[in-house]
Design a protein around this ligand. Structure first.
Ligand code: ADP
Ligand code: ZN
Length: 725
């Protein structure tokens, strides 16, 4: 920066405030992007020095300006990241402050270098070994963290642990918060790629060397070795000294990825996700911004990290809907990642076996380059897919699996092979009712039934976390032993397998049972050691896992995803079933897939059975084109909510009454949202459908910007929505 600024405009991290101008005190040097301490009344708020011309504000006379208080000891946010923040705020109709906050996502990191005291077991014993102390010590085996974090891990008060510190059972360790990570080595272990993999890897590596924006769709069947293939451009970026970001949809599933990464590069990558400890978070953040972190593997929030020198992004399982954030800034990390690659001029790889229709369309129109891996690695065959028509092959009364599926599992048992049953429903039963009076258990905070969980003997809401112990009698009529479970969840399917095949060792794999990386690792080890015969799992097991002895996949209810009936229902069902089918027969033994359905004639089921992906996608594409749905038209939804039902309805009505009249833009609603009560808030929604030529965001901003609402009302805009509840 040649010109020394003596007054600056700052974006402050408070969405309620506009940009603020400050004076730069003598002797302080600031640059664009610098993160600064801004005085605001008696307080100090975090601000980012921004281009004044890009951030219109009121021109306060110079003599009225207050001095900046100081600089945070971190590198300035680079210009392309500032452009990305602007683009995201603009596109998703969010405030700049709320997007910028995602980049400055570690409060600790702003404070500069530091060391902290962590504690670990010393091997000593306490004077008095109470059961509580013993339990705490068992829980802390192998852990090292702050007292507060250890208290969380052990489930005891900090006081209990301080007692153990005083007795020398826990010993202090001084830790440099920013100690460097081990170095990832691009040539640690070369692997021999197949011809098709080598060709694809060559294209990607060349793009990395070119240091230009180049979006790729890596379209490879399940088991084709997409990971091994994109590891090559990752290595190339490392050789060039550039950083790499790999986005994964579900951080619980990174275990297998981390393992493979370590084998290839000699060390684990830097992890980023929402449940990092604050010290891990600041360490990762600072090493990303200094340029030291080489490869970051993260959930969608890693996308806004202030990389100093990013040279490649990979979005793995790019079709996954979990890349879409559903609260705060409602952005789609897959799409914003492409914009980041564009602003910073490097290639991006979207990898999937079942790409989103939007991504395929981008490839179709030549905007993304499509690179294909059409066959499985090592000659493994894609599994054969068969339909089980439940209207003809009826499961026995009160059961959910057709005899053919049970026979299939029994065959695998005899051969010492494994089976996977897929049902995207956690718990035992999705609905519990009273046989006597018809009472149904409903969540008090949400428009949703309570789901019975037998493992934990509770009825729980999957939307807000509300839970109560399963009662013995009906709370309405008081009749004992009259509650019946309706419909199956994974726990109930597991019970059924145990009943019909008593010798089978069954494991339920869901976010309830695989809720930590450690649990996930144990599960993988148990499957690999053949301690599990039948896995019953939710969407968590549809991706990433590679079990060579797993040769049968049963889809318990392929119609489930089609019920809600939003426009993406068919596509999602296709992706889910194709992904879970892709778990079968990945080793040398061929796989078989059985799909239970009541609608074998439905488009998506027929396409799955015929293995005709192209036919499915082209029918879907036509349907979307007719409906003016993305990518052919544009959607946005506006969700109005309040804890007060009348207030929500009134606010929604006011918004509806002032709707603008824009050509080629249809505005539907307001209507109560399908989930008209969610986490204690009443919800109304409006849906917009426009041609691509309409400047939808401008329309929304002008429209909503004119209206004021009571403080309890929240108005959320969702551009390119995925959720329609
Ligand atoms: P995908 O992600 O495309 O479903 P994976 O990347 O999981 O496929 O690869 C499938 C399996 O094949 C994995 O166990 C992987 O380690 C193995 N594999 C793929 N390519 C190679 C290779 N070139 N050399 C050795 N093993 C490979
Ligand atoms: Zn609820």
């Amino acid at each position: 920066m040649s010109r020394q600024m003596n007054r600056v405009r700052c974006l402050v991290l408070n969405a309620a405030l506009g940009p603020l101008d400050y004076k730069v005190p003598d002797g302080m040097r600031v640059e664009l992007g610098q993160v600064v301490e801004c005085p605001l009344g008696p307080r100090t708020v975090v601000g980012i020095v921004w281009e004044a011309e890009r951030l219109p504000g009121t021109d306060v006379p110079a003599e009225k300006l207050r001095n900046l208080r100081g600089l945070y000891p971190i590198p300035p946010l680079p210009a392309p990241l500032r452009r990305l923040i602007e683009w995201t705020a603009d596109y998703y109709v969010a405030s700049l402050a709320s997007v910028a906050r995602m980049a400055l996502s570690s409060g600790g990191a702003l404070k500069g270098p530091a060391s902290i005291t962590e504690y670990r077991l010393s091997g000593g014993m306490p004077e008095r070994l109470t059961p509580q102390r013993q339990a705490a010590m068992e829980a802390l085996e192998g852990e090292q963290a702050t007292i507060r974090e250890l208290a969380g891990i052990a489930g005891v008060s900090e006081g209990v642990l301080r007692g153990l510190v005083n007795q020398g059972v826990l010993e202090p360790v001084e830790v440099d918060c920013d100690r460097p990570y081990d170095e990832a080595r691009p040539d640690f272990a070369q692997i021999e790629l197949s011809d098709q993999q080598r060709e694809a890897a060559g294209i990607f590596s060349e793009a990395v060397r070119a240091e230009k924006f180049a979006p790729f769709l890596l379209d490879g069947v399940t088991g084709s070795g997409k990971t091994e293939t994109y590891f090559e451009p990752v290595a190339e970026a490392l050789r060039m000294g550039r950083q790499v970001l790999v986005l994964l949809p579900e951080i619980a599933l990174t275990e297998n990825f981390l393992h493979r990464f370590e084998e290839r590069f000699g060390t684990a990558p830097v992890l980023w996700h929402s449940s990092l400890k604050s010290t891990e978070r600041r360490r990762a953040w600072r090493s990303v911004s200094s340029g030291e972190a080489q490869v970051v593997v993260g959930a969608r929030s890693a996308l806004f990290l202030p990389f100093a020198n990013l040279g490649l992004i990979v979005v793995d399982e790019a079709h996954e809907t979990s890349f879409k954030q559903e609260d705060g800034v409602r952005y789609n990390a897959r799409d914003v990642a492409v914009m980041r690659a564009h602003f910073e001029q490097f290639p991006i790889i979207l990898a999937s076996a079942t790409p989103a229709l939007e991504s395929l369309q981008m490839a179709e129109s030549g905007i993304y380059a499509k690179v294909e891996l059409p066959s499985r690695f090592g000659g493994a065959q894609l599994p054969g897919i068969d339909i089980v028509d439940l209207t003809e092959e009826k499961p026995p009364q009160g059961m959910w699996l057709a005899q053919r599926v049970v026979d299939g599992i029994a065959e695998r048992l005899e051969r010492g092979e494994q089976s996977l049953l897929f049902l995207n429903r956690r718990g035992y039963a999705p609905l519990t009712l009273c046989r006597h009076c018809g009472f149904r258990f409903q969540c008090p905070n949400c428009t949703a039934w309570l789901v019975e969980h037998r493992f934990t003997r509770r009825l729980a809401c999957h939307h807000c976390g509300h839970a109560t112990p399963s009662p013995a009698a009906c709370p309405e009529c008081g009749e004992p032993d009259c509650l019946v479970a309706c419909g199956p969840g994974v726990e109930r399917i597991a019970d059924e397998v145990a009943e019909r095949l008593p010798e089978a060792r069954v494991f339920v794999a869901t976010s309830d049972t695989l809720n930590s990386p450690g649990r996930a690792a144990e599960f993988i080890a148990a499957v690999e050691a053949k301690e599990i015969d039948v896995i019953v799992g939710t969407q968590l097991v549809t991706k990433g896992f590679h079990f060579p002895e797993l040769t049968l996949v049963g889809v318990v209810d392929a119609d489930l995803g089609l019920e809600g009936g939003d426009l993406r229902a068919g596509e999602r069902t296709y992706q889910q079933v194709a992904q879970v089918a892709g778990r079968a027969g990945r080793g040398s033994k061929p796989g078989e897939v059985l799909i239970q359905t009541r609608h074998p004639e439905a488009n998506v089921i027929a396409a799955l059975a015929a293995g005709d992906r192209d036919a499915f996608y082209s029918a879907e594409t036509e349907m979307r084109r007719d409906a003016g749905a993305p990518p052919f038209g544009r959607w946005a939804s506006i969700i109005v909510s309040s804890e007060d039902e009348t207030e929500a309805r009134e606010a929604a009505r006011r918004i509806g009454d002032t709707r603008p009249d824009v050509p080629d833009c249809m505005i539907l609603g307001p209507a109560p949202a399908p989930m008209s009560l969610l986490r204690g808030r009443y919800r109304y929604r409006l849906l917009m459908n426009a041609r691509r030529s309409v400047q939808l965001q401008d329309v929304i901003r002008q429209w909503l910007g004119r209206l004021d609402h009571p403080p309890g009302v929240r108005v959320a805009v969702d551009v390119d929505p995925y959720s329609f509840v």
